[in-house]
Design a protein around this ligand. Sequence first.
Ligand code: BES
Ligand code: ZN
Length: 611
Amino acid sequence: MTSCKPPKAAHNEPGAHDVHSYGNPDRARVKHIGLDLEVIFDQRTVKGTAVLTIDQFALPAKQAKREIVLDTRALQIDKTEVSPDGLKYTEGRFDMGKSDPILGAPLHIDLAPDTKFVRVSYSTSPSAAAALQWLAPEQTAGKEHAFLYTQGEAILTRSWIPLQDSPAVRVTWDAHVKTAPGLKAVMSAPNCLDANDCHFVMDHPVPSYLIALAVGDLQFQATGPRTGVWAEPSVLAGAAAEFSDTEKMVEAAEKLYGPYRWGRYDLLVLPPSFPFGGMENPCLTFATPTVIAGDKSLVSLVAHELAHSWSGNLVTNATWSDFWLNEGYTVYFERRILEQIYGKKRTDMEAVLGYQDLQDELKSQPAKDQILNVNLDGRDPDDGMTDIPYEKGALFLLEIEQKFGRAKLDLYLKDYFDRFAFRSITTKESLEYMRQHLFAQDPDAALKIPVNAWVYQPGLPATAPKPESEAFQAVDTAIAAWMKGQTIDTAQWSTQEWMHFLRGLPEHLDAAHMKKLDAKFHLTASKNNEILAQWLLMAVRNRYAAANARLDGFLTTVGRRKYVKPLYAAMLTDATGAKHAVAIYARARPLYHPITQTSIDALLASRAEAK
Ligand code: BES
Ligand code: ZN
């Protein structure tokens, strides 16, 4: 059997320290967090207390200091108190360490031997809270009310809650959130329908990056008995129609890998500046409105975030080097859900588009970052967020499916989610379990899978599956015909077929060709954001000025990083484009979430350096 052992001692072994947290959970570990917070829009701050329930572990005899260490980033700490019983508190000493641009600063709090509770009084920075985006009314759909939301993954929760911000430290939590009258707060927990004073309780232990909050003019519409949509009133009906298959998706997922354990599954539709497609916050996935296309053609995003309710939220990557355990398993699972609901044709097309993304990523990433169990020591975990953990991770499971058969893999995965439910595990632990519980059952099949190459080596192993789509073969024929100047029949094409068509055209097209494409297919006017972003990229690359107004409008409303980053990058390839990029960004930057700002700042800076 192929060995699952890493070639040499890997970083971030089980029990090893999470290099992205200052926390000391081996000495004193947070078990529960009680939040009492006020969201103050006119000061752009979240202010209040966090009561941490902690376990202390035996100290080595000579250890001088009895303390708990928390992560913080740009937090103002006003006071820390300790208590043996959660009733009587005494103010204690704390010390804030030096701040690192990626990790923030450790907060050391002295403990007494009998301390069970630590209360921290704090407020978030109005300008430097990296998890928070404060939106002015003009940036919302309704244009009347302010909006706030958080994005915790990977290591940003520490910018709004002082805690041990490692995915290996799981906590239960509850929260009281006060906000302005007329606004509604929702969280990554069961949500109540009442307008104002909500108390939230998450009684399953979750990693810190899954604690999330949003406040705005939000209303709810059900899409099924345990599914529904939260959104601003003007987008609610459209969102509920787009996501009306969500209940079916939950049923399909349960049929595959066991019960949905989080009670409700709702979606929150955010304003278009949301930096991601979706974020799998428990009970309440946060989603970009850019997937509301009117024809459900982009709802694989829902299948993806829902799948995280098993891969990611139940069984969590212990460190950010194990991120592929979250995302690779989820992409595989997402496509299994899609196949059940939308069939094989659609799923095959999505798998091929994913494979194309992976091939592009493999061309642009250095060898060391093509490894699933990637080394992120000294780096921002965000650097590991490429298509590699997603698509290479999913292909690894697809190869296992092909060699062992679906039935065996499905039984194995169901058992895996059960066995590690509400736990955080490393790559090594997951492979050890796979070796014992799947590979041992069929050693001949196991021999065919180069696990070591998949997980610890760059590129793809020679045995890697290559997804194929029959529908795309027809599109390839259409591309060839179009290039010969023939007319093509696109009337029945789905979004995925359009994507394959646009990607399959030559990278360099002259002005007349761009104009002809636009005249024939109305691409600049496309209301499908996936198609539009692809077309705008072609427009930038080919300096097609007729799309400039649309490009400007897109970049100054949409903050989804997957779309905006390639557009700025393409503009930066020559001096005229760079000027254009700088001019648009000057207006757009204040409208983006800090995550997108950081990425585009870095892009512009690296270009300036290159000069
Ligand atoms: N968990 C991720 C988003 C994420 C990853 C946020 C790393 C911060 C750090 C989420 O599940 C995701 O993968 N979203 C994708 C959409 C999906 C359909 C591939 C996205 O936002 O593009
Ligand atoms: Zn994901």
